[in-house]
Design a protein. Structure first.
Length: 97
């Protein structure tokens, strides 16, 4: 199961491999902030608290925008973090703004 925590809405959905955390949040009507969907604005920044190993590797956009310290702490960009395999995943939208 994939638990997505937005600003005021939390929903648990079935994770779909190949789709981003942001795709899942939008489909589930979670109030997940985002602007560009390309990895440049970082409004979709999130902290993955469970199941980070079930996501695909970091993208170049994430390395450029977040850097190693934030990535090591569990932060991802929701528009770039793609579910690789089903399992238990939890993420909270933690925008800078």
């Amino acid at each position: 199961m994939l638990t997505l925590m937005g600003k005021t809405v939390t929903k648990t959905v079935e994770p779909k491999p190949g789709r981003t955390l942001l795709n899942h949040a939008v489909d589930a009507s979670v109030d997940w902030l985002f602007n560009c969907s390309r990895g440049t604005c970082a409004k979709c920044r999130c902290i993955v608290t469970e199941g980070a190993d079930l996501l695909e590797e970091y993208t170049d956009a994430e390395w450029d925008r977040l850097g190693p310290e934030e990535l090591d702490a569990g932060y991802r960009l929701g528009c770039q973090a793609v579910v690789a395999t089903s399992g238990v995943i939890a993420a909270r939208n933690k925008t800078y703004f």
